[in-house]
Structures are given as C-alpha cells and as structure tokens.
Design a protein around this ligand. Sequence first.
Ligand SMILES: NC(=O)C1=CN([C@@H]2O[C@H](COP(=O)(O)OP(=O)(O)OC[C@H]3O[C@@H](n4cnc5c(N)ncnc54)[C@H](OP(=O)(O)O)[C@@H]3O)[C@@H](O)[C@H]2O)[C@H](O)CC1
Ligand SMILES: [K+]
Length: 496
Amino acid sequence: MKILTSTQIKECANQSIQSEITTSLELMESSALACFEWLKSRYSNEHNYYIFCGKGNNGGDGLALARLLYNENFNVEAFIIQSSADFSEDTQINFDKFPKSVYFIEGDDFEVTEEKAIIIDALFGTGLNKKLKGEAEKIVSKLNEINAIKISIDIPSGLFADSLPEENQIVFRADETLTFEFYKRSFLHLEAAQYAGKIHVLDIGLDKNLIENEKTDNYLIEYSHFEKNYKRRNPFSNKGNFGKAIIIGGSYGKIGSITLSTLSALRVGTGLVFTGAPEYGSLVLQTIAPEAMFFSCGDKYIEDIQIPFENYTIGIGPGLGTEATTKMAFEKMLENENNPMVLDADALNIISENKDLLNLIPKYSIITPHPKEFERLFGKTNSTLEQCELARKKAKEYEIVIVIKGHNTAILLPEGTCYYNATGNAGMAKGGSGDVLTGIITGLLAQGYDSKLATILGVYIHGKAGDYAYEKFSQESMTAQGIIQCLSDVFLELNK
Ligand SMILES: NC(=O)C1=CN([C@@H]2O[C@H](COP(=O)(O)OP(=O)(O)OC[C@H]3O[C@@H](n4cnc5c(N)ncnc54)[C@H](OP(=O)(O)O)[C@@H]3O)[C@@H](O)[C@H]2O)[C@H](O)CC1
Ligand SMILES: [K+]
C-alpha cells in the first residue's frame, strides 16, 4: 500500500471531485458511512456515543456519522468545539442535517458518563496546521482522562500525518483509529503510533487510478505482497533447487541464538542449511536441528571461516561475539565474499567499531540493526523518523538494504524506497526474535529471492508468525521458538 502525504491525499480527493467522479459532500458521506458500518459491526446500540467535532471536514465526518447512528436508534450526543472559525461548507450541511440539538463546548465544560461510553474524536483531521493549544488542548486533555472506548476518525486529533509529535504535545489517545484509504506515515513511528492505537484502513471510494499515479517513496507491506511474490514450490523440484544457507555465529553461552537462526532458515523452505559455530556448539545444534549440517569455525570462538562448498548464502552475526580473533575472521570473510549476505547482531557491532568495514559489505547485502545498533553504526538522531531518513541515505550510499527492527520495522532499499511492516506484536519484544529474522531472510535469499524481496517477505513472514504465536501462546508466553513453530501457519494460510 502506498503511503501518501496529507497534501497528496487532499490532491487525490480534489482530483476526484474536479473530474466529477464524486462530490466533496459524497466523499464525506461515504467516509461517515464506512465508519458507521465499521462501528455497527463491532459495537451494539447499548453503548452511548459521544461524538466530538471540529468545524473542518473531519468534524463534518463526525456529524454525518452522528446522523447515521441516530437514524438507526443509537444513543448519540454531538459536541462541537466553540471557535471563531466558520464551518467548512460540507460540515455546515451536515450540521444542518443532524436532527438533534448539539452542545457547543469551550474547554472542559462538558460531561461524559463513562459507563458504556464510546468517544468518537472528529475534532481535527489531516487539516491540522499547528499544535493544539487553548480550548482545543483543554478538550483533548479532558477526553484523554475519561475512561471509555476511544475512536479517532482519520487521525487522532493533535497528530500530524507526516511528522511526529514532541514529547509533551497533547494528542487524543485513541484505542482505534479509522483512517481513510491510507496509513498515515506517522502511524508507523513509535512516537505517534502510541496515540493511534489499532489502525483500520477504510475504503471511502477515492479513485484508485488517481492513487496509482501519485508518486511516493514510502510503502506499507501487505499480505498481497507476500501472496503475489512468494514462489510456490514446483512439485518436480529437489533440495538442490532451494539453495544453501550458511548461518555463522554462536559463542560460549550464545549457541542458542545461532540455533534459532538455523531452525528459522530450515522452516522457510531452504534446501540445505549449514551452521558454522565453535566446535562445542556441535552437539547442541545437531540435537536441536538435525536437518542442518555443522561445520566448525574454531575451538573457543569463531577463529576461521572456511566454507566447505560453493554457491551459498551467508547469514552472520547472532551470538558471534566480538573477540579479537572473531573480528579478524569476520573481516577476512568480508574481503573474500562478493555475494549479498545477511549481517546481524555482533557482525554489526564489529562493524560499528571499525566503520571502514562498511565499505567491504557486498552490495545488496542486508543489515538488520535494532535502533541502538543502528545508532552505533551511523550516529544519533532525534526521532525515529529522522533515523529512518538517515537509513535511507546510508542504504543508498553503501548500496545495502537496511532493516531497522522495531514496533513497525522499516526497510530501506538501495534505490531509496522505504517499506514499513505492520505485522507483529509486543510479544516479540524478547531475546531471540532477531535471530529468527536473520534465519528467515538468509533462507529466502538462499532460495533465490533478490535482496529486496527476501527482506520484504522475510520481515512480513516473521511478524505474521509472531501474530500466530500470540494467538496460540499469548504475548507473555510466546518465545522465539514459538515464532519458529508458527512459521508453518503462515505458509499453510498461503497454500490454502
Ligand atoms: N481528503 C479526503 O480524502 C477526505 C477527507 N475528509 C475528512 O477531512 C479531513 C480534513 O479536513 P480539513 O477540513 O482539511 O481539515 P480538518 O477538519 O482536519 O481541520 C481544519 C479545521 O481545523 C482548524 N485547525 C487546524 N489546526 C488547528 C489547531 N491546532 N487548533 C485549532 N484549530 C485548528 C482549522 O482552522 P483554521 O482557522 O486554522 O483554518 C479548520 O477549521 C480529513 O482528515 C478527513 O476526516 C472528508 O470528509 C472525506 C474525504
Ligand atoms: K480526528
């Protein structure tokens, strides 16, 4: 899915109107109708709906929704922010059409009975042009204190679509956001995501050809990406058709990480998986992952990386350690390898201590830092949005794929495009999840997916398996091994 800026979204709506595909009033009605259908499918008319509206078109969506709810016998009260601004044209029409009297409110002079309350935030949408202050700030602060189900229309009031809020900025805190046609970019960054809650993208009938023509460098990965690009296995194939993945890493006390990567590479369909680790890891690996083959890279640490065959894809880093001998072996390996590989964890820590190594990374390799590892590699930034933009620059500069792992993992490609992922959950914020991702991406790269697809599909699959693990084990009890177990659910769904 394309991620467009608020200006581009407005442009799409304007063009739809100018080309007479629709009118602005019809668009408002279809936005309200989409919200109404969504609400009706989830909440009964036992709830009391409190709809807070601004005077712009976001408020108009709220007033049209209030009418639709009222007409179907839902309990609705509409509140309108008292301000010097006039209603927008379509909002005025929807204000006039609402059959019940409304409350004009200033600051915190309104009451909400918490029991069975659903608060709908239609104060400000993508037309917000400055931070909230004065009356608007007071209203939103009071709403945030109320214990009720909270739903924002299009975007939580006080949040911008294309930039992130400052630390103490007042923003409506929604449990769910019903957003129109597109994810707003800010939803994909932690600083703003915490206000938006669960995102639901509703189709309001904007012309899909116009959307197609809008240019962007930011996308959201969707199931269709996976479905369209995943190569189904040819029934006449053999293990030689599905590549050789070499997983290198592990050190005393960290044989677990490399085992998790090995198991993950196996579970995404790789033909042959080899694990290179210190000798004492052999027994553990051969017991837990008997399908993989082991080769020794040293007695105590990784001291020498001698890969015993050709045509392979390397994933290196989990549990690798940063011993002096390991650093030397790693550097030598980088000098000798030309094919794209996956670099994670200690492989990145070694590089961050000697930045010249960045130039040795084979083109189109994939690095998978978490935000702290990224900072050690490329420097500090003031927000995750700035970090994402720095990663875009670095991905271009070194011709590598950068995966910034986090709440919404961001993938930056060498050509400058960003793909965000929305699968996954907080149960994955545990040791071992990253090792699983390394194994998945290495396994896909080994099977012949190019770096871009191996990463996009890998990150998506990883999060999706995490979501299945959540359903099966709970966020608390799920582990990295649970994620690996649930990889099969992702493929079973695909092959249904
Ligand atoms: N584009 C689409 O596809 C559709 C969008 N819809 C909905 O419309 C909103 C965007 O509506 P817009 O009228 O452009 O803007 P808003 O309603 O978000 O806000 C404009 C009013 O808010 C005032 N404003 C702005 N910032 C502040 C602030 N910090 N404090 C107080 N007041 C503020 C502004 O007043 P000004 O005097 O500053 O101009 C306006 O009164 C979109 O989000 C969707 O919900 C359509 O309904 C369907 C198609
Ligand atoms: K809103």
